[in-house]
Ligand binder design. Structure first.
Ligand SMILES: Nc1ncnc2c1ncn2[C@@H]1O[C@H](COP(=O)(O)OP(=O)(O)OP(=O)(O)O)[C@@H](O)[C@H]1O
Ligand SMILES: [Mg+2]
Length: 276
């Protein structure tokens, strides 16, 4: 089931001072197109400039603090993830707008996560590279902060690994030979298996059976090392978070995703049963 996405503000709708500040960095803009899918960034444009292409992502003066914070975290983490993500080229602030310019990645600005998709091994390869990157000090948000209120035992969420909380299709760019992961405002410090667990959930949201989705990530060292009791506990934590999110909310996509969270929690609870 596809998530709802929001369209980007048009380039010409940005204040002239903001456009001038961007052009000072990127060069004169020849054309601009809304690019890719997402929900949070009101500015999400591919700019064709005299110096080449650039992807810009930004927040405006009326944006929620949460969105500004995500843009900021993504920009701060950029130097640490250049092996698997586009490099931040510059950042400008003007009239309450905060615009980050990233190297433009050639490729499809989304991954297919449907069963049988040839993109999935590329996504798993990115997760394997992520496992090798130590969480930098600037990454101070933790999985405990994100999910802790739904946990009986916080130790399940503790860890020092570099985690991406949202490996959904639109947070990847895919080319013929590889994938890149974007949107590092969704990073957290937590258990090393957590990104893989989130990818399993995202695959299940795209019609995979739980066992097959887990098989797809089974080559990841962090997944192999995960304690099945922790995965079962996380399944429950995540299902509780979704229950909370959909209480009084009849959005069909959110409710579908909550159902997937429960399906994975049941699958993990069964696997965690001691064999008779
Ligand atoms: N450097 C880039 N080059 C090309 N495409 C990109 C680049 N960075 C992101 N994209 C694509 O642009 C879209 C939006 O990117 P991103 O996820 O960073 O912002 P967002 O979705 O608005 O944020 P959120 O997921 O928090 O709503 C995605 O479809 C992504 O694949
Ligand atoms: Mg995104």
């Amino acid at each position: 089931m596809n998530r709802v996405t929001a369209t980007s503000v048009e380039w010409v709708a940005l204040p002239a001072t903001v456009r001038a500040a961007v052009e000072e960095q990127a060069g004169p803009v020849l054309s601009a197109e809304p690019h890719g899918d997402g929900r949070n960034s009101p500015v999400r444009l591919a700019l064709e400039t005299a110096q080449g292409r650039v992807f810009i992502k930004g927040t405006g003066p009326d944006d929620l603090e949460r969105r500004r914070w995500k843009l900021d975290l993504g920009a701060k983490l950029s130097p640490y993830v250049t092996r698997i993500a586009p490099a931040l080229l510059w950042r400008v602030e003007a009239e309450g707008w905060d615009i980050a310019g990233y190297e433009y990645l050639p490729g499809r600005p989304w991954a297919s996560q449907h069963p049988g998709s040839r993109d999935v091994p590329k996504l798993v390869a990115v997760l394997r590279e992520l496992e090798e990157i130590p969480a930098p000090d600037v990454l101070d948000v933790t999985a405990v902060e994100c999910w802790g209120r739904y946990a009986d035992d916080l130790s399940v969420l503790e860890g020092d690994a570099f985690v991406h909380r949202d490996p959904n299709p639109a947070n990847f760019v895919v080319s013929d030979d590889r994938a890149w992961m974007v949107d590092w405002g969704w990073a957290a410090r937590g258990p090393a298996w957590l990104t893989a667990a989130q990818l399993v959930l995202s695959l299940m949201e795209h019609e995979w059976e739980a066992g097959a989705a887990e098989e797809a990530v089974s080559g990841l060292p962090a997944w192999q090392a995960a304690d099945p009791r922790d995965l079962a506990a996380y399944g429950e934590i995540n299902a509780r978070m979704w229950d909370d999110y959909v209480r009084g909310n009849d959005d069909p996509v959110d409710n579908y995703r909550a159902g997937v969270a429960h399906a994975w929690a049941r699958h993990r609870a069964e696997l965690a049963q001691p064999s008779p």
